[in-house]
Design a binder for this molecule. Structure first.
Ligand code: NAD
Ligand code: GLY
Length: 361
């Protein structure tokens, strides 16, 4: 069965299709522009697993389907890899009607979306996410970017896909560590938007960890519904969309300090969510039972809960470069009660205590 979640930002409308076997299902691709060229942008790890299946299906829509394999990893979410997409498009004679298909995780999706937004001033692209993290988060909402040595996702643009196809079968080949990192972004949606969903995650966590397809389908569907609702209100992150960055202010500091790829993005976000829940508790916005529940669920997943000891000053300096910072003041996504989030500054002493507790827990 295919589940459909619509996204409507006012300027862009598209569907997220969720189900098993969707790569092979012609219905997933109905309505795609029947252009001459299609390019599947993927990486060296995913290509041997899934590119052929997608390419076979797309040959019924496009006369020329090519596959571009990027190097794998967060460290390659950079200018050289992005340029290699432009090289391929120009060398293959791709025109303005060419459709890009991003087959992969958030790294491939973010770079393909960026390339599609720039090539000939914009060509259509489809997200075909193959990690849990990409299915529940990065493929939806149109944020695209590459990293800079001085900060994550610092160079990019908003560019919505024309469709998102989440084939749950692709998750079968995902390493367990990656699945677990994706669960961190699923967990995120509970405390910021839907406490009932968090209750469900607590109950179904073993099924999710065992990749039960029904459990995964619900997790992807509910996550996408929440994300679509938020993005529909605030595509460009002028306000409410920032709540989707719960855990990311601390998490990005960890990723940037350790070097991209040491901790997976979802791992850093998981640890960051615990720190942000602790901060919310210090500010009197949630109770100790909420911190306990967050810690328990992360521990059951096997996600790291102890933050790397970078020193408080390094955390503060890295977080000062966060995109939410205003006039040098760091702003945090905190829980404004369990199931609601808000963005606000916090006293340095509180933040320092949170960091100190996180590196010693
Ligand atoms: P990733 O893209 O690096 O993929 C993780 C690993 O899994 C890679 O080694 C990849 O080759 C491999 N892989 C992917 N699918 C596979 C499959 N089906 N089978 C086997 N291996 C597979 O990482 P990710 O966690 O998907 O994404 C993280 C990235 O997403 C970060 O760069 C982050 O900044 C970005 N992100 C973007 C947004 C957004 O809104 N645009 C949101 C969240 C995260
Ligand atoms: N992952 C945060 C966002 O898409 O806004």
């Amino acid at each position: 069965m295919t589940l459909t979640v619509p996204v409507d930002t006012g300027l862009a409308r598209y569907d997220i299709r969720i189900g098993a076997g969707l790569l092979r299902d012609p219905a997933s691709w109905e309505g795609m522009p029947p252009s001459r060229h299609a390019v599947i942008v993927t990486n060296v790890t995913i290509a041997p697993l899934w590119a052929q299946t997608l390419a076979q299906m797309l040959t019924s829509l496009h006369r020329q389907v090519s596959v571009l394999e990027l190097p794998d990893g967060e460290a390659h979410k950079d200018w050289p890899a992005l340029n290699s997409i432009f090289d391929h498009l120009l060398q293959s004679g791709c025109d303005r009607q060419t459709v890009l298909y991003a087959l992969g995780g958030g790294v491939v999706g973010d770079m393909t979306g960026f390339a599609a937004g720039c090539y000939m001033r914009g060509i259509p692209f489809v997200q075909v996410p193959t990690t849990l993290l990409a299915q529940v988060d990065s493929s939806v909402g149109g944020k695209t970017a590459i990293n800079h040595r001085l900060g994550k996702n610092m160079i990019g643009l908003f560019n919505q896909p024309i469709r998102v196809v989440c084939d749950l079968d692709t998750l079968r080949t995902l390493p367990q560590r990656e699945l677990v990192a994706g669960l961190a972004e699923v967990i995120k949606y509970g405390p910021i938007a839907d406490p009932v969903f968090f209750d469900w995650i607590e109950r179904e966590l073993d099924a999710l960890l065992a990749r039960d397809v029904q459990a995964l389908a619900h997790a992807v569907q509910r996550s996408c519904e929440i994300k679509a609702q938020v993005v529909g209100q605030d595509e460009r992150e002028g306000g409410v969309r920032a709540i989707l960055n719960f855990g990311h202010t601390f998490g990005h500091a960890i990723e940037t300090a350790l070097g991209y790829g040491q901790w997976l993005h979802g791992e850093a976000v998981g640890c960051g969510m615990l720190m942000a829940t602790d901060l919310s508790m210090q500010l009197g916005l949630v109770g100790p039972q909420h911190l306990e529940r967050m810690r328990d669920v992360l521990v059951r997943c096997g996600l790291p809960t102890r933050a790397p000891d970078l020193g408080v000053a390094a955390y503060l300096s890295l977080m000062g470069r966060d995109k939410k910072a205003q006039a040098g003041e760091i702003r945090f996504v905190v829980l404004d009660g369990w199931g609601r989030a808000a963005v606000r500054p916090a006293p340095d002493e509180c933040v320092s205590e949170v960091i100190q507790r996180a590196v010693t827990r």
